[in-house]
Design a protein around this ligand. Structure first.
Ligand SMILES: [Cu+2]
Length: 176
């Protein structure tokens, strides 16, 4: 039972690119990174820009999954041009049985992730970035592992802006 549990946890981390040798590297990078500046970094992944109400969603991508890997990570940026706070409450995709909203954070020098059951706040006038090592979508029960070059459609549901359809471009397993 212990072995099964440990394996499950490892596979889980793997989806976000923090397993094996990548762990030490990411660990190191995270320490030297000013988390406050991450929100202002712009991704140049070539994804569509989709507008809904005051929201602008851009830079959507997913990471390629290793064969047999059951979960995958997805990322994008949401800009709130309005004067009212909004919230990403749920996400669905025809390519996954379930899509969860996750957050990664360092705790006691260990990178951990947790599900954000209350969704992700998109404050008025701000830009929220879902990015590797930080906030992300976690695709569960994926039948066909994402391959580089694939497109993964998702429907984002916001509290105020409503539903937004977005296509995530699948990049390499490293997210590049
Ligand atoms: Cu996750």
């Amino acid at each position: 039972m212990n072995i099964v549990r440990t394996f499950g946890f490892t596979a889980f981390l793997c989806a976000c690119g923090f397993a094996g040798s990548a762990l030490a590297q990411d660990h190191h990078d995270m320490k030297g990174m000013d988390m406050g500046s991450m929100g202002s970094m712009s991704m140049s992944t070539g994804g569509d820009v989709v507008k809904a109400g005051d929201l602008e969603v851009s830079g959507g991508f997913a990471k390629a999954m290793l064969p047999g890997q059951p979960v995958g990570g997805g990322f994008f940026t949401v800009k709130n041009n309005g004067s009212a706070d909004d919230r990403l409450v749920s996400v669905t995709s025809p390519n996954a049985g379930e899509v969860q909203l996750h957050e990664m954070a360092m705790k006691d020098n260990v990178m951990r992730m947790r599900e954000l059951k209350d969704g992700i706040a998109i404050p008025a006038g701000q830009t929220v970035e879902l990015a590797p090592g930080n906030l992300h979508l976690m695709f569960q029960k994926v039948k066909t592992p994402f391959r580089q070059g694939d497109k993964v459609p998702v429907t984002l549901t916001f509290e105020k802006a409503g539903k937004v359809d977005l296509v995530l471009n699948v990049l390499s397993a490293q997210g590049k």
